[in-house]
Design a protein around this ligand. Structure first.
Ligand code: SAM
Ligand code: PRE
Length: 251
């Protein structure tokens, strides 16, 4: 049983900015499940993607791993020989719990959990890089550079999975999907107070981009193109593949 998220159920005088602190880490599985439509599907399908993209002797990165849900799904699914997973988060309470979580299950794939800022972690020999609802917490001016580094660290034929809460250029559709997300939260038992307090805490620290912006950034990083492989309301996930080396005289 996970602890229920009741963090914002009573009025808070000074809301302040959102952080991934001890209290959030403690209720995180319940919180993210009830807040992100499609979260469980995305996690299990990241496992499937890892099974497909993992190459022998390569690394898989889970950037902003929180409690390690994506890492666990990938560790279960990867069959390629001599792979290792590097899971990174800059929240100490998340990293502590993530390590304990991973130790609770036996597995053949080694996992290194790093307490670090994803902007400082070298990326190399990667067959898959996962940013599952993490890029949205970087300052917008750091996002392109991050994706450039992901591209540079991927082996040819490797992929990036980029899941984000998104905004929409079409104002009417944007408003509908935003409202549907709030309906989703209400249906999962969150009150108007909980929804609005969390929203105002996230306001300054989680700035969302449009699907077009994400695709432009992926293109600029060198991926050629990226495409949505999952979407529910204003939450979605893109995939982009680093072109494989083409033989010298390929037409
Ligand atoms: C919404 S959670 C990610 C959920 C997680 N990927 C999953 O699939 O369950 C965002 C995570 O990113 C981490 N984070 C945010 N900015 C970061 C940064 N600059 N470096 C490392 N981790 C970061 C937060 O501490 C938080 O745990
Ligand atoms: O936008 C919201 O209301 C959210 O709750 C989103 C979101 C996210 O996308 O990361 C924000 C913080 C929590 O980590 C869980 C979910």
């Amino acid at each position: 049983m996970t602890n229920p998220d009741k963090l914002f159920s009573t009025p808070i005088a000074n809301l302040g900015d959102w952080t991934f602190d001890e209290r959030v880490a403690e209720v995180f599985p319940d919180m993210i499940q009830r807040s992100v439509p499609g979260y469980a599907s995305i996690i299990s399908m990241i496992g499937m993607l890892a099974g497909r993209f993992a190459r022998p002797g390569s690394r898989i990165y889970d950037l902003g791993c929180s409690l390690g849900a994506a890492t666990l799904a990938m560790r279960r699914a990867v069959t390629a020989e001599d792979c290792r997973i590097i899971a990174v988060d800059n929240s100490a309470p998340m990293v502590d719990r993530c390590r304990r979580h991973l130790e609770a299950f036996r597995a053949d794939i080694p996992v290194e959990v790093l307490h670090a800022d994803i902007r400082d972690v070298p990326i190399s020999n990667a067959s898959l890089v996962v940013l599952n609802f993490t890029l949205q917490f970087l300052e917008p001016e750091d996002r392109q550079q991050m994706l450039n580094r992901v591209f540079a660290g991927l082996n040819p034929g490797g992929a990036v999975v980029l899941s984000e809460k998104m905004s929409f250029q079409d104002a009417e559709i944007g408003e509908l999907l935003f409202n549907m997300h709030h309906d989703f939260k209400r249906a999962n038992g969150y009150s108007e107070l909980e929804i609005s307090q969390k929203r105002s805490m996230l306001e300054n620290v989680m700035l969302t981009d449009s699907v077009e912006t994400h695709k432009d950034r992926l293109r600029q990083a060198g991926f050629g193109h990226g495409e949505i492989w999952f979407q529910c309301f204003n939450f979605g996930s893109l995939i982009a593949i680093k072109p494989a080396h083409r033989p010298e005289n390929a037409g």
